[in-house]
Design a protein around this ligand. Sequence first.
Ligand code: 1DF
Ligand code: MN
Length: 351
Amino acid sequence: MTTELKTGGQYGYLRIATEEAFATAEQIDAILRLVAEGRADKGTVSLWGFYGTSPSERTTFIRERLLDLGELRVQAMDECGIDKAVLALTSPGVQSLFDLDEARGIAARANDRLKDACERYPTRFVGMTAVCPQDPEWSAQELRRGKEELGFAGVQINSHTQGHYLDEEQFDPILRACADMDIPLYIHPQGPPDGMIGGMVEAGLEGAVFGFAMETSYHALRLLTTGVFDRYPSLKLVLGHGCEGLPFWIDRFNYMFNAGVRSQRYPRLKPLRHSLHHYLRTNVWGTNSGLPSPASIKLLMEVMGEDRVCYAMDYPYQFVPDEVRLLDAMDISHEQKVKFFQTNAEKLFGI
Ligand code: 1DF
Ligand code: MN
């Protein structure tokens, strides 16, 4: 495949990439310090012990590209025909850090940097707020600042926070802020917490290859099954990597969840107002980050509805211009491609 990829919608649509990562030097330093001190969890040790220090060509490229919010990034977008990138502080954000002052400061300064970059490239960059879920009240305030002062279009939370999940009551201020201010909540993976990771590191499977999706789909399923969307019917949840597999499994989840509820098997699981399908088709959006698969994308469209599936590249972790060519050529209708690459993301993020 050799067609030139251009920005500007030569196929009749703009391409908006919705899960694109950046880092700040102080974020990486703080994480690497925890790793060096032996205080980071196993997922962070494996992820940032690798990306932070490996001399390989791939990790050197990724480190350089994560830190850049300027010309290098725009050049890369031009090369693969990405018109706009929705940017977020890379996983795990500040969620591995124990010092709350430090974590809040790093998140807030990352937000300031991202805002400057969005101002420099107003037609190319869209920001998502970084928060510090270890401090839910502060995070709700920062969400307000992100929306009202910085012009950001969503929030990225890198799945569990030190083994805790957003359905837990302590995180209500964050969910309420997202619902009240119409801020899409992108739950992005990180390594599974120590209580879940088991033998996955030894098997080489705890990262983006598998563990990310296992843990993030578990997180999302916790939100679906504990009534979070009955409490916050307007809450918008976004999941990458083919909606972390949920659409493929949804019939089984729904059947077994209902069977468990009917027989009162678990005290925490209560009847919901709707089926799990309903929440998947009403409150959840899926992107194809890291999953440039026409078969998977079509399954998402069929199960979730074609208005809920958005394009993503996952730069700089996965930067493969040929994937764009492959998706341009998908055997779906032109109208579906316009939704997938452009208008679904515009509506979801209000851009
Ligand atoms: C990786 C993949 C790392 C994704 C990421 O952030 C990430 C990886 C640290 O390949 O280790 O965002 N991803 O979303 O697939
Ligand atoms: Mn990612």
